[in-house]
Design a protein around this ligand. Structure first.
Ligand code: F6P
Length: 455
């Protein structure tokens, strides 16, 4: 059996310092790494001189991380990854910064990863690289003479060709993807936009079996939506911590319906638009005031990037305005919380919520939508309101799908969800729940690694 080598910017394998599993992706990849005696490589999250990877084996899983010098963090992570590729790939050309230094830092750090990882690869290893931070890594490894099977999975959307061509050296970035044997996208839509680029910009051809040929090199590109660890999340929803949280939420709701949103504090999540939609609901349905409240949990993210500081300031102001305008002496319409919670606590919050409000402006997948569905009471589930621009909407099409840019659409969906009969809620929830259980994170991992292994 080949070893599996996982490479991503962040490493979330368990360690002695952080023994708990860090989310569904970590759980799935950790299980695969343990089975295949593999290694998870990435950035330590620390700044410092890069000397050699720090190896740690904990609970049967080995991780290896490197520190990066401050300039590299600024140009590679804050810069090209989060000020160039992230906004561009989320259709936000106006927020995208094009700096040659960023591109230089990005390529330098990818070479650095290649240099440090290369010597640890055995000839039979399967290598699986994750996300937009590491697009050129496969190419770097090939330059070092590696002939292993190489896979890449993009967790975020693939942008339309006309947007991507605004990126200086866009072709260089896409050509690097052809160093991989298998590349995976979250949805058919992102796969098709990739096809469009390959055909119109590179003169490539797409074959009936899904393979793609460009200039004599043929690779396999697939749509393979990531799931959650459904079994673990469902079990977590009946854990003592979840049950206690559920009770706490019900008590603090005093008969009002809870609407919940949980997102990293990121402009792609559509939080401002969501607050506007909620405000529209409160303005236009005065009789419904004081029977609902919105709990928005939004832990800050990428705080050294200006656009993230801006969105945080805008949301601080907007949440204050909404509460100032609508609150009553015994009711606050919006509870806005800027820190994260453990998964079992979130499971209890989701279960207590009559509505899960998940309205990103653009999202590769969105696992909060799946977790909300997984946490529901099978006898009396809540309603998922989901952006049609989240990758998850292709699988969770029984949700109330909304245009996240439209405050009226969001307000109407809230009204409809609150009035929805138990029969309709059940009829919508059941197929979504079945999908989440069938196409879970292990299914996703098996789909991808089967292709990578050459099946
Ligand atoms: O899902 C996209 C992603 O960028 C992951 O690659 C990343 O781990 C996560 O969002 C959180 O972002 P960050 O690692 O920048 O905090």
């Amino acid at each position: 059996m080949s070893r599996l080598i996982v490479i991503s910017n962040r490493v979330s394998a368990p360690t002695a310092d952080q023994p708990g599993a860090q989310g569904g992706l970590a759980v799935a990849l950790t299980a695969a790494l343990r089975e295949a005696d593999g290694i998870w490589f990435g950035w330590s999250g620390e700044t410092g001189e890069t000397v050699a990877p720090k190896f740690e084996t904990y609970d049967g899983v080995t991780s290896a991380t490197i520190d990066l010098p401050e300039q590299d963090v600024e140009e590679y992570y804050d810069g090209y990854a989060n000020r160039t590729l992230w906004p561009l790939f989320h259709y936000r050309l106006g927020l995208t910064e094009f700096e040659r230094d960023f591109q230089g830092g990005y390529e330098r750090v990818n070479r650095l990863f290649g240099e440090f990882i290369g010597p640890h690869i055995l000839p039979d290893d399967l290598i699986w690289v994750h996300d937009y931070h590491m697009i050129p890594l496969g190419w770097v490894l090939r330059q070092r003479g590696l002939t292993n099977r190489l896979g890449f999975f993009l967790h975020i959307p693939w942008p339309p060709t006309r947007l991507l061509t605004a990126l200086p050296d866009h072709r260089r970035l896409v050509e690097a993807l052809f160093a991989y044997d298998v590349i995976g996208f979250q949805t058919q839509e992102w796969l098709e936009t990739f096809h469009d680029y390959v055909v119109t910009q590179m003169g490539g051809s797409i074959h009936d079996d899904g393979s793609i040929t460009v200039g004599g090199r043929t690779i396999c590109a697939i749509a393979c939506p990531i799931g959650i660890d459904a079994r673990e999340f469902i079990a977590g929803a009946s854990s003592p911590q979840a049950v206690a949280t559920h009770r706490r939420m019900i008590e603090s709701s005093i008969g009002r319906s809870l609407i919940v949103g949980v997102d990293r504090l990121d402009y792609s999540k559509g939080l401002e638009e969501r607050f506007n939609g909620y405000q529209r609901y409160l303005e236009t349905r005065p009789e419904a005031r004081a029977v609902v409240y919105l709990l928005q949990i939004a832990p800050p993210s990428r705080a050294s990037v200006q656009s993230y500081q801006d969105i945080r300031a805008q949301l601080d102001a907007l949440s204050g305005r909404i509460n100032g305008a609508f609150a009553d002496i015994d009711w606050v319409p919006l509870r806005y919380v800027n820190h994260g919670y453990p998964r079992d606590v979130l499971a209890g919050v989701y279960r207590a919520a009559r509505i899960g409000l998940v309205t990103p402006l653009r999202d590769g997948m969105n696992l909060v939508a799946k977790e909300y569905v997984a946490a529901q009471d099978p006898e009396n589930p809540g309603v998922l309101i989901l952006s049609r621009f989240a990758g998850a909407a292709t699988q969770l099409d029984q949700a109330l799908l909304v245009n996240p840019y439209s405050p009226d659409d969001i307000a109407d969906a809230i009204e409809r969800a609150l009035a929805m009969s138990r029969e309709e809620r059940l009829a919508r929830w059941k197929p979504m729940f079945a999908n989440i259980c069938n196409e879970d994170v292990n299914w996703w991992r098996e789909q991808f690694t089967a292709r990578l292994g050459g099946a």
